[in-house]
Design a protein around this ligand. Structure first.
Ligand code: SF4
Length: 321
């Protein structure tokens, strides 16, 4: 049985249920790299170019952690996941960057997913990917169909309020049942839900009695509706989700504060920061806090800022009551 390695980074946090079911349906064993730790982060930062964003460095570390463990590494080129918007440009070059990383890495298995080219081309990509494991097109189609069904179940759990790790089956990651406040946390799921990278942000909020809302919990129609008032349409899928979720929470008075986690050296994140600060203020005075992270971010700094932010929200609420 061939072993396919999946780095626990980047789009793992969005599509893993689909990928796992797809490859297992074609008779492969799926091996995921371990949760991020110091060794994995160091592997990534030592090999990546210094101007790369932290999530890409983390991805490099996870790919290297699978060296010698698997027969192939799954690294797709994800260009677009919807008709009218693109993913981050870094996702386009990822397979090439990984191929050039280390001669001893297993071969990269992947294909290009670009929904801007339509469904016909998309299914051709699925067939191309599956044909590395079988020549039977029906088997490939069935594996994809089953994977898509698992992804739908995963997305449904998120809409119903599960956090991403919880929906992925990590049982120690439940949201709070009886919170004293609600905090919206926006950013890339690969930052927020990588406990090592985010320095346990979500669990720290839970310990302070805060329920956490994330953009994955907001229905796509509500996102589209919320951003429809913007003078220009947003070009990147990720930007749309983050901005739409913030507007939706503010318009519906659903959160006591919002934290947006930003990767240093991320183009889309820097645009979002400007947009959020300009537009969200027009809707509501709910406190917002940016948290910029890179590989040098320290836990003490995060704890201090978080405590100050939550204390400020508590004082604000006490004044109102
Ligand atoms: S969206 Fe930003 S953080 Fe994510 S891969 Fe692209 S540059 Fe890096």
């Amino acid at each position: 049985m061939p072993k396919i390695g999946v780095p626990r980074a980047l789009l793992y946090y969005k599509y893993f249920p689909l990928w796992k079911t797809f490859f297992e349906g074609l008779g492969a064993e799926v091996v995921v790299s371990p949760p991020t730790n110091k060794r994995i982060l160091n592997l990534g930062t030592e090999t990546a170019e210094s101007e790369a964003c932290l999530p890409v460095k983390v991805f490099y570390g996870h790919a290297l952690a699978l060296k010698g463990e698997v027969d192939a590494l799954f690294v797709p080129r994800v260009v677009s996941v919807e008709g009218k918007a693109y993913t981050c440009p870094k996702f386009l070059g990822l397979p090439d960057m990984i191929k050039a990383l280390d001669d001893d890495l297993p071969p990269v298995l992947g294909t290009t997913f670009n929904l801007r080219q339509g469904w016909r081309r998309f299914f051709a990509s699925i067939y191309e990917l599956g044909s590395h494991l079988t020549r039977n097109p029906l088997k490939i189609l069935r594996a994809f169909y089953n994977g898509a069904r698992e992804l739908k179940i995963f997305d449904q759990k998120l809409r119903e309020g599960s956090l991403v790790p919880e929906a992925l089956g990590e049982t120690d990651f439940k949201n709070l049942a009886n919170p004293t406040l609600t905090i919206g946390v926006v950013g890339h799921p690969y930052n927020i839900f990588d406990s090592y990278v985010s320095m346990n942000l979500v669990k720290r909020l839970h310990r302070r009695g805060a329920k956490v809302l994330t953009p994955e919990m907001v229905p796509p129609e509500a996102i589209e509706e919320s951003i429809s008032s913007l003078p220009k349409s947003l070009f990147w899928t990720y930007e749309k989700d983050v901005v739409g979720a913030i507007f939706y929470w503010l318009e519906n008075n659903m959160v006591n504060g919002i934290i947006y986690m930003i990767s240093f050296a991320c183009g889309p994140d820097s645009l979002i920061q400007v947009l959020v600060e300009q537009e969200a203020r027009k809707i509501s005075p709910v406190p917002l806090m940016p948290l910029v992270i890179d590989e040098h971010s320290g836990e003490a700094g995060l704890v201090t800022r978080l405590e100050a932010f939550l204390d400020m929200i508590d004082r604000k609420r006490a004044r109102v009551h």
